[in-house]
Write a protein that binds this ligand. Sequence first.
Ligand code: NAD
Length: 424
Amino acid sequence: MTEPLSYVHPTPDSPWGTYLMQVDRVAPYLGHLARWIDTLKRPKRALIVDIPIELDDGTIAHFEGYRVQHNMSRGPGKGGVRYHPDVTLEEVMALAAWMSVKNAAVNLPYGGAKGGIRVDPALLSLKELERMTRRYTSEIGIIIGPQQDIPAPDVNTNPQVMAWMMDTYSMNTGTTATGVVTGKPIHLGGSLGRVKATGRGVFVTGREAARRINLDLNGARVAVQGFGNVGSAAAELFAQAGAKIVAAQDHTGCIHNANGFDMAELMPHVKSNGGVGGFKGAEPMKNEEFWDTDCEILIPAALEGQITAERARRIKARLVLEGANGPTVPAGDDVMADRGILVVPDVICNAGGVTVSYFEWVQDFSSFFWTEDEINVRLDKIMVDALKRIWALADQHKITLRTATFAVACERILQARVERGLYP
Ligand code: NAD
């Protein structure tokens, strides 16, 4: 009876196509809930907005923005906002759906949502960026709110963007609504530990996975694609644990040093140059050669669709930690499974960010703020406990960690759907 959606045209490698295949793979493990599976294949709500702004030179520019609420059975929508020239409705739908799965996998009381604007923010002045952010927030203001849907940072958005979003929503509603977004600056109700939380979660899941495959982090070689918020924070924590960061790739270039980068030099270089390109303490290499790097751990922390079947055949790592959302297409997943490469999937690996976002939201409601130590200890426990349950299911059914994570999460989402019932 249920027809495919008419407004997107996914392919096997596109983000929504990848997500649909991941859902199909979990169906055999859902028991009686499997009859509800189409719920997961259709976003609850997708809003497309026009964002007109006056540029500094007086011309008018229009940008296309989105906010997709994939599933809200377990609570308000939660998920980041991405500014990137390649953002599409289809991509935002997949990112929103992965948020539903991720939030359920770590058992946060949230549904899944995501937003984005099709823009290259590097081409805008700070004032133009602010105007665009405020207009976008006003346009999606009809569906966001502290109890409805709570945006957060993603690619090319940061605490300053969140501060503008919080202020715009607050002005429009005549309140001080700190809980409408997370990832805010600390003195506006932000949480300690939030900026590095996603990278910390990648490290925590990586540490647990390494233990299971008897991989010593001390001396382990790590390659990182994407050296932004997620990739750089994860790299720093692995380096602190004794690992060597031997390769890094981002939109500014690709660098390599078999002895490991000096992180105390690389981090300021990235900060002042906007990326890893041109770093003196390493050799440059071609982008495509990144996938051939001799390493034990590979961390894709940039964008979707990076690990294709062809690249998966070349990867030398024993462990892949998906810091990015959707970095592996299903064919790449199959190759890595065949080759015995352990993949900790995005929907658990990068859940540290939304977990500390949840802490931020809770702190905002109570106006009582926790220490960074409390936050990091709680984050560690939530990630480790979630991973234990996922691992047990993977062992029981002999399935990948991705399918096991989807099984744990989809069961929670669909159980909530069944208990709430269909209205009317
Ligand atoms: P960011 O904007 O801080 O960094 C993005 C990084 O990707 C930059 O280093 C950039 O140079 C690199 N990049 C962009 N295009 C690239 C390309 N074509 N090839 C190689 N590198 C490229 O973004 P972020 O917040 O670190 O997000 C990275 C990934 O992690 C995204 O998939 C995002 O959805 C995911 N994620 C982020 C969070 C978070 O809390 N920020 C949480 C969960 C997942």
